[in-house]
Design a protein around this ligand. Structure first.
Ligand code: HEC
Ligand code: HEC
Length: 282
């Protein structure tokens, strides 16, 4: 059984020669003037593992890449517009909108770049969605949003869009270190019938083809990602869920502690890349 599983895993990466190839050399400039850093020297914690970190944009086809180079062509921007309306809408028992306390969405520039982030008062690492739900339930008297869905993912896309071009800079030390280590352990744990870890695909085999799909480093600087496959914005945890399921393993739920840990760790693997979301992927 074990032998069979490994054979299946090896067969997955049999790259047809005609297709083999790593990241391309294109440059991502959005709307003609917003330069996105899509390749950067790897952060120190990846010493001996990766020299360079590379956005998933480099592994997509020219057609898919082009959709992200102009906000009028990027289908993810429709959801950003919806989030702007939501931002200005008063909700809950306090009758307040996000704007009442935070001003314009642009005033949140830089926030997305440092999340997930330790919250001292709460004594926990928070994803952006956890923080937004804290604002909703504790400051607005409104219902929490469902994780990775509707308003929540639209608002993450808005927060991301106003930080585009800024370097991802997630803290891995201090009080966040414990959860970061947990995320790192998960990243290197082989799961499922295929006995594959995130690293087996996204560290050992990026640039190769797996079936018809060009493997990237599995970076999350471009999230949320509008996927042509399901024609909607996809959150980080939903993406993780799909990847774990592909190894034929039991998976965790969006918003679970495991995925929060994994998000923290994977985000830190992209430290130095630009915030790029909402991106377009296949
Ligand atoms: C009544 C005022 C209030 C409202 C309304 C409010 N927030 Fe907040 N928000 C805060 C405060 C205060 C903080 C800082 C909290 C902390 O650090 O624990 C915060 C923090 C945040 C942060 C993290 C900022 C950072 O630098 O880490 C985000 C993102 C955020 N809010 C989004 C939202 C969104 C989206 C809405 C609307 C759905 C909203 N907030 C509504 C008061 C508010
Ligand atoms: C069997 C191989 C495989 C494994 C194991 C795997 N993935 Fe993936 N993953 C893929 C493929 C294929 C894609 C789509 C092409 C791409 O972007 O690499 C993908 C895409 C992604 C993306 C989207 C990248 C982008 O720029 O849009 C992220 C993030 C990701 N994976 C994270 C993970 C994490 C975290 C794990 C471990 C829990 C994992 N993956 C395990 C195959 C895998």
């Amino acid at each position: 059984m074990k032998f069979k599983a490994l054979t299946a895993a090896v067969a997955l990466f049999a790259a047809p020669m005609a297709f083999a190839g790593g990241a391309d050399d294109d440059n991502l400039v959005i709307n003609g003037d917003l330069e996105i850093t899509t390749k950067a020297a790897a952060p120190q914690h990846l010493d001996g593992v990766l020299d360079e970190v590379i956005s998933g944009w480099h592994f997509r086809s020219d057609e898919t890449q082009a959709l992200e180079m102009d906000d009028f062509d990027n289908p993810g921007m429709i959801f950003v517009d919806q989030a702007v309306d939501q931002w200005n809408t008063a909700e809950g028992s306090e009758g307040k909108s996000c704007a009442d306390c935070h001003g314009a969405p642009e005033d949140m520039a830089g926030v997305k770049a440092v999340y997930p982030k330790w919250n001292e008062a709460a004594g926990e690492v928070r994803t952006l969605q956890m923080q937004m739900n804290d604002c909703r339930t504790n400051r607005m008297g409104a219902d929490a949003w469902k994780y990775d869905a509707g308003d929540a993912i639209n608002m993450v896309a808005l927060m991301s869009s106003v930080s585009r071009g800024m370097p991802v800079n997630v803290a891995t030390d201090g009080p966040a270190a414990e959860l970061w280590q947990k995320g790192k352990d998960l990243y290197y744990t082989r799961t499922g019938q295929l006995e594959l870890s995130c690293a087996n695909c996204h560290e050992d085999n990026y640039g190769n083809y797996i079936r018809a799909d060009h493997l990237s480093q599995g970076q999350i600087n471009g999230f949320p990602a509008y996927r042509l496959k399901n024609a909607k914005l996809n959150g980080v945890h939903s993406r993780f869920k799909g990847c774990v399921r592909d190894t034929r393993a039991e998976t965790y739920s969006p918003g679970s502690e495991e995925f929060i840990a994994l998000e923290l760790y994977v985000a830190s693997r992209g430290n130095g890349l630009s915030v790029e979301g909402p991106s377009v992927r296949n």
